[in-house]
Design a protein around this ligand. Structure first.
Ligand SMILES: Nc1nc2c(ncn2[C@@H]2O[C@H](COP(=O)(O)OP(=O)(O)OP(=O)(O)O)[C@@H](O)[C@H]2O)c(=O)[nH]1
Ligand SMILES: [Mg+2]
Length: 326
């Protein structure tokens, strides 16, 4: 395996082509991707991660674009990761994001990347976190992660951010109910976008009513509800203000939040790696055979797991005696 040290150095210098190349390595789950993360990791932890989530078409990309303009005005550099869980790699949505965020093309202080779920079975949150690390290492002061708030993967992505902004829109029926409860709970700021549409105030009221059901301590952050019209940028300066307020409010808690995030990531990585180890250790088709056995009640899942762990451990111990494990 060739070392990615020169690539890491170029990423740290903020070279856009190297950033793009590094992200591709991560997306491909190439071993060089892990090597790269190893090399850049000491230089990460500085970027502020903003998660922007909400239903399809809520105006997230438009909002992210205007927020980026606002951040640039304040002299911040910005990395944007637009996670697209539904469309195929060549789908129109990616093109759409390019158009909607087109204002920032050619601006060296902004790096935009769309990521599709393809090839990331369940690992999207992991890949997104790693891409955020790359943008962080590259010196972007703020990294914005846009994702559609529909599944567990997206909840995990948003959980990985320092702040979660939930974008809602009026007029789509019972929006608040329709959203995954997990996403509502982790929102630090609620945005009612498309405020030019009928029903915006009603939606603000129903989110507000929902918040009154939660208990907040005296020092707790109480999520504000903002109205925006993204295409015109209306309400976006106020949104940035609230983000900054939250950042100041949660400065002390940030370290523990980051630690929880790292714990989550390590657990996720360990289970991912262990499963890979299992697949490498067992003969081809064996895992499927065991699953068939569990399904037909020939063996129970606990005994199957214990047996698999025993086999992996003894196989690894054997290979350690025989020389360095690869
Ligand atoms: N009327 C109105 N339209 C808006 C507003 N914000 C965004 N739109 C429009 O809504 C459509 C979707 O906007 P996007 O920014 O692509 O929404 P998105 O949430 O990123 O969409 P996906 O990433 O596909 O889920 C676009 O046609 C926008 O121009 C708004 O405040 N008012
Ligand atoms: Mg979008």
């Amino acid at each position: 395996m060739t070392s990615t040290l020169p690539l890491a150095e170029r990423v740290l210098a903020g070279d856009p082509r190297s950033i793009a190349r590094a992200i591709s390595l991560i997306e491909d789950e190439a071993p060089a991707g892990a090597d790269l993360i190893r090399n850049i990791y000491p230089s990460t932890g500085r970027a502020y991660l903003i998660g922007v989530t909400g239903p399809p078409g809520a105006g997230k990309s438009t909002l992210v674009d205007r927020l980026t303009t606002e951040l640039r005005r304040g002299g911040q550099t910005v990395g944007i990761i637009a996670v697209d869980p539904t469309s195929p790699f060549t789908g129109g949505a990616l093109l759409g994001d390019r158009v909607r965020m087109g204002a920032h093309f050619g601006d060296e202080g902004v790096f935009i990347r769309s990521m599709a779920t393809r090839g990331h079975l369940g690992g999207l949150a992991r890949a997104t976190s790693d891409v955020a690390l790359v943008l962080d290492a590259a010196g972007k002061g703020v990294v914005i992660i846009e994702t559609v708030g529909v599944g567990q993967d997206e909840v995990d992505i948003v959980r990985a951010a320092d702040i979660s902004v939930l974008v809602l829109v009026p007029g789509a029926g019972d929006e608040v109910q329709a959203l995954k409860a997990g996403i509502m709970e982790i929102a630090d700021i609620f945005v009612v976008n498309k405020a030019d549409r009928e029903g915006a105030d009603r939606l603000v009221q129903s989110v507000s009513a929902m918040l009154t059901l939660q208990t907040f301590g005296s020092g707790d952050w109480r999520p504000p509800i903002l109205k925006t019209e993204a295409p015109a940028g209306t309400g976006v300066p106020e949104l940035l203000q609230e983000i900054q307020k939250f950042r100041a409010h949660s400065a002390d808690a940030r370290a523990s939040r980051q630690r929880i995030r790292q714990e989550f990531r390590l657990h996720d990585l360990l289970s991912h790696r262990f499963l890979r180890l299992v697949e490498e250790t067992l003969p081809a088709g064996e895992l499927q055979h065991i699953i068939d056995g569990i399904a037909s009640r020939r063996i129970d899942p606990y005994s199957a797991a214990a047996d698999i762990i025993r086999r992996v451990v003894s196989c690894r111990a054997g290979s350690a005696e025989g020389g360095p494990a690869t």
